[in-house]
Design a binder for this molecule. Structure first.
Ligand SMILES: Nc1ncnc2c1ncn2[C@@H]1O[C@H](COP(=O)(O)OP(=O)(O)OP(=O)(O)O)[C@@H](O)[C@H]1O
Ligand SMILES: [Mg+2]
Length: 272
């Protein structure tokens, strides 16, 4: 058993003082693991990641209930840069690269909090290039003219430049061709096993996320409706039907979510 790195305990998040989005979300991320946060559009995945990395304030969002602990330390009141100092970095949805900067300049912006000197930073840059050889060949290209896959790699690479313990990765597969998605996830797994980086990744692509994650949580409408070891979720009939696109409703009507299934509600007490 690994120690718990991140403990999210019953958090409620409200935007603009009125829009209740997370309705008591709890999850744990063990040190050295890859945990997937799954769910469809608007389920609250990005909001959960923002709550952890303290990016909510910029969105007029607040954690109004519950607690978030990193290695036992309460972190809800910290700033994003406090989080970076503690080794937690978020890669935002939509792979935000600076379009007018080169790939290498983009990567270097990720090192701004480093205080261990130029040589150490240069070493990390080489490491990033080792993991992402595509970035090395494109190092002098302006980010605007690189492919979607290269931009996603650049966004992850930039996060790595901070030397993080934990990376919050929001929707890495978005808009990428299946082969590139596979390549990105292979690198994530490598970083996890070889560098010991812990990942919490938000994904709509349940299939790929459960193949690379150790554990998964399924979020629907601001609540966790199911969680388990990734291999158990992959085998679960309801997950297969709703999230892996296998099987049908049986009654001719495709079922859209766990909520629509009465027998499921009876089986799963937490929905009561
Ligand atoms: N800044 C904001 N202000 C108000 N409401 C917001 C804000 N950001 C998100 N929301 C709302 O919160 C809910 C959850 O959004 P969130 O972005 O967390 O979902 P998501 O699971 O990441 O979805 P997606 O897969 O589409 O990225 C949605 O209903 C969304 O409209
Ligand atoms: Mg999102």
């Amino acid at each position: 058993m690994s120690a718990v790195l991140l403990n999210v305990n019953g958090i409620e998040v409200i935007y603009n003082h009125v829009i209740l989005v997370l309705k008591g979300v709890s999850l744990q991320v063990p040190e050295g693991k890859v945990v997937a946060l799954l769910g469809g559009n608007g389920a609250g995945k990005t909001t959960t990641l923002r709550a952890v990395s303290n990016l909510l304030a910029g969105e007029r969002g607040d954690v109004t209930k519950g607690s978030i602990e990193l290695r036992g330390e309460r972190i809800e009141k910290l700033s994003t840069s406090d989080m970076v100092e503690r080794g937690v970095v978020q890669v935002m949805e939509g792979r935000h690269c600076f379009a007018h900067l080169s790939i290498e300049e983009n990567l270097m912006t990720g090192a701004y909090t480093r205080r261990d000197g130029k040589a150490a930073v240069a070493q990390t840059l080489e490491k990033v290039y080792n993991y992402f050889p595509r970035l090395k060949t494109r190092r002098n290209s302006q980010a605007a003219y690189t492919s979607g896959g290269e931009q996603q790699m650049c966004a992850i690479g930039r996060a790595l430049m901070a030397n993080p313990k934990m990376v919050l990765l929001d929707e890495p597969s978005m808009g990428l061709a299946p082969q590139i998605v596979e390549e990105v996830f292979e690198i994530v797994k490598d970083l996890n096993t070889k560098e010991g980086v812990t990942f919490l990744l938000a994904e709509q692509n349940t299939n790929i996320a459960l193949r690379y994650a150790d554990y998964g949580y399924i979020l629907e409408n601001g609540r966790i409706v199911m969680d388990g070891a990734a291999k158990d979720l992959r085998e679960n009939e309801d997950v297969k039907e709703f999230y892996l696109g296998m099987g049908g409703g049986g009654d001719g009507n495709p079922r859209k979510s766990f909520k629509d299934v009465k027998s499921y509600k009876r089986r799963k007490r937490w929905l009561a």
